[in-house]
Design a protein around this ligand. Structure first.
Ligand SMILES: [Zn+2]
Length: 192
């Protein structure tokens, strides 16, 4: 199954690596190669995250305890999903941002210049911490640019995907995943 290309944000692309279709959950990252593919997907589709992806891909290739890292990442994703989900249901943005700040500070950020790109990296320089740092920083960037205020859920109730609803008129995560299915459903309801 392909990674949904429905948001231009790193943190949302990360959240959207779990899909619910026909009431069945599909986990898109279950192996080291899935993770490699996901990093390549971000690298290929979103040029502004390329420097961060270069760092992550390098660290992943050196990683020895892959299972531990995967478990940590999925736990991180789960907790982030619940926090973002709460925001879409009227949760307090200020509290959420304080929490993200705290999480970043716990990773003890430091500045690194990599190929003329200035990046905030964690003190530990491990794969997991680095990816988390890039994702958390992206949330703060999304907050400072204001697009996080347009965070939306797909209108398909069983779908768990999140995206930035720039115009406010977007209903579906994508036509391919939910939009077309719903159109077909409406068509049948209308003519049965
Ligand atoms: Zn959807």
């Amino acid at each position: 199954m392909n990674f949904p290309n429905i948001s231009e944000r790193l943190y949302l692309s990360f959240i959207n690596t779990r899909i619910v279709k026909h009431s069945k959950t599909h986990e898109l990252i279950t192996s080291e190669s899935d993770l490699e593919n996901w990093l390549a997907f971000i690298y290929d589709n979103f040029t502004n995250y390329q420097p961060a992806m270069v760092v992550c891909r390098q660290l992943l290739s050196e990683l020895t305890e892959y299972q531990l890292a995967l478990h940590e990442l999925l736990t991180f994703r789960e907790s982030l999903y619940h926090q973002l989900d709460a925001i879409t249901h009227g949760g307090k943005m200020a509290d959420f941002i304080r929490e993200i700040e705290k999480n970043i500070n716990e990773l003890k950020p430091k500045i690194a210049c990599i190929d003329r790109n200035v990046l905030l990296v964690p003190q530990s320089e491990t794969f997991c911490d680095s990816l988390q740092m890039f994702i958390l920083s992206d949330i703060l960037d999304s907050f400072s640019k204001g697009d996080i205020d347009k965070l939306s859920h797909c209108h398909n109730h069983e779908c768990v995907l999140l995206f930035i609803n720039k115009t406010g008129r977007r209903k579906w995560c994508s036509m391919e995943i939910c939009g077309n299915r719903n159109k077909v459903k409406n068509f049948h309801n209308k003519y049965k």
